[in-house]
Design a protein around this ligand. Structure first.
Ligand SMILES: Cc1cc2nc3c(=O)[nH]c(=O)nc-3n(C[C@H](O)[C@H](O)[C@H](O)COP(=O)(O)O)c2cc1C
Length: 161
């Protein structure tokens, strides 16, 4: 079986919650990716600030990650959807070659506006790595149990790829 790890960016905690379901199901580690300069407000301004970063294809500098990627062959990457795609810290992670030659399983959380999210991520993942699958998760409190079952089943299936 593959040796796997979860890397997750989460601005408001929902994607991290999904990451923790994978952690629990597969007994693997979750490492949070954090930009050095994170926005402090969770108010409406976040949409302007975040949307701008996406449109400008910003690659924020990340806090150092204390992990030896050589130990892993499958990496689950989790992101919220911002302006229709992965959040900027994921761009830094995928474009700057921190991960190379890995099998990447991508999960993303959103509020219903993510129709092109998987194909956009696949394109970026495949610069340096192999895309093995994705899972779209709707952010709705009422769906949490359903989300949990779905993400556990999906994460187990990704280890068979
Ligand atoms: C800057 C910003 C942009 C967003 N853009 C979208 C979007 O384009 N489509 C969508 O469905 N949700 C969008 N959302 C909502 C988040 O994707 C959703 O709430 C997500 O589950 C949050 O995950 P988190 O709690 O891990 O940060 C946006 C949220 C933020 C803060």
């Amino acid at each position: 079986m593959s040796k796997a790890l979860v890397l997750c960016y989460s601005f408001e905690g929902f994607t991290l919650q999904m990451a923790n379901f994978i952690k629990e199901a597969l007994q693997i580690e979750v490492i949070e990716i954090k930009p050095l300069n994170e926005l402090k407000t969770k108010g409406f301004y976040k949409y302007i600030w975040g949307g701008r970063q996406v449109v400008l294809k910003k690659k924020p500098e990340l806090s150092p990650l204390d992990v030896d990627f050589d130990l892993y062959d499958t990496i689950f990457i989790g992101s919220p959807i911002w302006a229709g795609t992965y959040a900027p810290p994921i761009r830094t992670l995928l474009e700057d070659g921190m991960l190379k030659g890995k099998k990447i399983a991508y999960f993303y959380t959103h509020e219903g506006g993510a129709s092109k999210a998987a194909s956009r991520a696949k394109q970026t993942i495949e610069i340096h790595n192999k895309f093995i699958g994705s899972l779209s998760i709707l952010n709705k409190v009422a769906l949490l149990d359903q989300n949990k079952d779905e993400i556990i089943a999906w994460s187990k299936s990704m280890l068979e790829v």
